[in-house]
Design a binder for this molecule. Structure first.
Ligand code: 4AD
Ligand code: MG
Length: 437
């Protein structure tokens, strides 16, 4: 169409003084008489253009002057360094092409005024274009990339696990059932862990990374029914290894986000000072100590119960970085946890609670490696033997102590972005009362 190079807004820095083309959408428009200031976004950034009536063809100037929000437009002009501009650059308009004009009769529904959350969630497919959502999802991308880099450079092999599964991993109460062929029932996976145990015994150290599902009727700011989880698993490993790897992973991810997503964190008004202090070692306490702290802080929790969201928040207030709580009562944990040999009523498991009240981001621990004990647990939990037969094989053929954990991506995103609710941490959230758009 033209010899003018097409660039994206984040590349403006290396094109100052040059005439370029940017393809995007109209984010906002200011005008005053003979001059217009279209604000263009292209998914990589936002740039203010300056259009003078005197230097543009009359019909183009008039068309741009009345251009509607989110109309798609290709602009051409010279990039000029401008200290006062948010991104540091402006574009002096030379020409433009309107690709689709949003009609006045049916304007873009999300305007700069305040909208209610339900309205915004109903328009999630468009809301993703706004600055805040954009920043959150870029931080999410960074987190996911950092997670993969961490495991890939520490000897883990990625082996993804199935989503249709015949058995429960985290308990039968939160399973989504799916009709498979010939009246067979399968479930959407709650966790890839059981399969990870097989792959860890095959590869040594593995991880899976994908969507997981929980039919949880919780309507909290921390729960989704579909969320992404990364799950490492290690053969010849114990609870202590889980703590060390989780600590290493979290510090690595936080560091990456601070290094690479500063602008997005600024857009989100995140207090990054709080993230700078996320350094090893994380405090490590036992469930018993956690209960003591909670009692001191006025909680009614009784020994043996699981922590609720409020308890987790109270606990995290005590520390300036994530806290690791180990040895929960076995009765509140899944069937596969190895009991503490010195105190069989507690499990060799650990939860990592994020700082600033963001709740549990990591759960994991050491798995039962003894065949007889695992068979006993399956029975106690009323789980169907047949569905777990292959899993029991892992205890028949070269069983070893092994351990792993799961980290929820969305909770990490909420925490690092410092946002209130998990619903904004994934492009199209699935929650108790939301499966659309
Ligand atoms: O503690 P959970 O249930 O652990 C497991 O599923 C283990 N099988 C993982 C393993 O050892 N391989 O879940 C792990 C993490 C939680 O700490 C939390 O971050 C996240 O997954 N999570 C959720 N995130 C959003 N919405 C929900 N409903 C979540 N449930 C768990
Ligand atoms: Mg958990």
């Amino acid at each position: 169409m033209s010899d003018i190079p097409r660039i994206t807004i984040d590349q403006c820095g290396s094109h100052a003084g040059e005439t370029v083309e940017i393809a995007g959408w109209l984010y906002n428009l200011r005008k005053s008489g003979k001059i217009i200031f279209p604000l263009i976004r292209d998914g990589r950034g936002i740039i203010q253009c300056v259009g003078l009536k005197n230097s543009l063809p009359e019909d183009l100037f008039n068309a741009l002057k009345d251009l509607t929000q989110e109309s798609s437009v290709i602009v051409r002009g010279k990039i000029r360094a401008e200290q006062r501009a948010p991104g540091g650059y402006e574009l002096d308009l030379e020409s433009a092409e309107i690709v689709q004009r949003v009609p006045e009769s049916h304007p873009y529904p999300i305007t700069p005024k305040d909208h209610g959350i339900e309205f915004l969630m109903d328009h999630r497919h468009l809301w993703l274009r706004s600055r805040r959502q954009h920043a959150i999802l870029r931080v999410r991308h960074e987190i996911i990339k950092a997670i993969r880099d961490y495991f890939d450079s520490n000897g883990f092999t990625l082996v993804d696990t199935p989503i249709f599964t015949p058995a429960a991993c985290e308990g039968t109460t939160t399973l989504f059932e799916v009709n498979y062929f010939d009246e067979e029932k399968v479930y959407l996976t709650q966790s890839g862990q059981l399969y990870n145990e097989a792959t860890a015994l095959a590869f040594g150290k593995t991880y899976c990374f994908g969507p997981t599902f929980r039919a949880e009727k919780s309507k909290t700011r921390r729960h989704l029914t579909e969320f992404w989880m990364v799950e490492p698993e290690m053969a010849y490993a114990t609870l202590e290894d889980v703590k060390n790897v989780a600590e290493g992973l979290i510090c690595f991810v936080v560091q990456r986000v601070l290094e690479n997503r500063k602008n997005d964190l600024t857009d989100l008004e995140r207090d990054t000072g709080k993230l700078e202090s996320i350094k090893p070692p994380f405090p490590r306490i036992s469930y018993d100590q956690a209960v003591e702290i909670l009692h001191r802080k006025g909680s009614q929790i009784e020994w043996g119960g699981d922590f609720g969201g409020t308890d987790e928040t109270l606990l995290s207030e005590e520390f300036d970085r994530p806290v690791m709580v180990d040895r929960y009562p076995s009765q509140v944990k899944a069937f596969y946890f190895q009991p503490d040999p010195d105190r069989p009523e507690v499990a060799l498991g650990v939860d990592v609670l994020a700082s600033e009240g963001y709740g549990e981001i990591v759960g994991g621990g050491q798995r039962i490696h003894d065949l007889a004990l695992l068979e006993k647990r399956l029975e106690e939990h009323n789980l169907p033997r047949e569905a777990f037969d292959w899993y029991l094989d892992l205890r028949r053929f070269g069983s070893v102590p092994h351990a792993g954990f799961g980290m929820g991506v969305e909770r990490c995103v909420a925490w690092l972005c410092g946002i209130e609710h998990i619903r904004e941490t994934i492009a199209f959230p699935r929650m108790l009362y939301r499966t659309r758009p």
